[in-house]
Design a protein around this ligand. Structure first.
Ligand SMILES: [Zn+2]
Length: 190
């Protein structure tokens, strides 16, 4: 079985990033894990020629690592806007007709079109099906006589990490959801 990604936190519990188990193993071996939170799983290494025993390491799926985080880096970081994360924020639901579509049938729609000064930003982008996007064209929802069924928002760091990983474990999901302060976040609905 494939190893899950590990959620790395800083010492104060702020989520930093997803790391693979090799990186996590490095933090354990270097004694850089300050505390851990979730259930552990075991990874096995090579067999010792001297003792014949196989080496292993227990790794938690949420680890807080030692060392200072530069707050500046953390809070001024722009959350990268990818199609995957946008569709996932909107739960694959078209903002105009409210239907759920598969990834390949979806488009990203600028609520205020670029041609009218709209920006490519989390707060101006929604998920739309191809049909609704074509119908709306280069118009605002008002001009097109279409109504937005949800309001776009920029995900916070916790939600952003939720949106990035396709195989999140229950403990990790719970930890990240607890940190979301935006009551309108759709991550809290599912
Ligand atoms: Zn639609």
């Amino acid at each position: 079985m494939e190893h899950p990604l590990i959620l790395q936190l800083d010492v104060s519990g702020i989520p930093l990033r997803w790391i693979d188990f090799e990186k996590a193993a490095y933090y354990y071996v270097k004694d850089l894990v300050a505390w851990e939170l979730a259930e552990k799983f075991t990874i096995y290494g090579g067999t010792s020629r001297l003792t014949g025993e196989q080496s292993y390491l227990d790794i938690s799926t949420i680890i807080a690592t030692k060392g200072k985080t530069k707050e500046h880096d953390l809070f001024n970081e722009t959350i990268p806007l990818t199609r995957y994360a946008l569709f996932k924020r909107d739960q694959n639901i078209c903002a105009y007709c409210g239907e759920r579509f598969t990834f390949s049938s979806l488009t990203r729609d600028h609520v205020v079109p670029l041609s009218q000064g709209g920006k490519t930003a989390w707060t101006n982008l929604v998920t739309a099906c191809k049909q609704c996007n074509a119908k709306k064209g280069n118009k605002t929802p008002e001009q097109a006589g279409m109504e937005l069924i949800y309001v776009p928002y920029a995900p916070c760091r916790y939600e952003w990490l939720l949106l990035q990983n396709r195989r999140i474990l229950a403990d990790q999901m719970e930890y990240l959801k607890k940190g979301i302060k935006n009551k309108h976040s759709r991550a809290l609905l599912s």
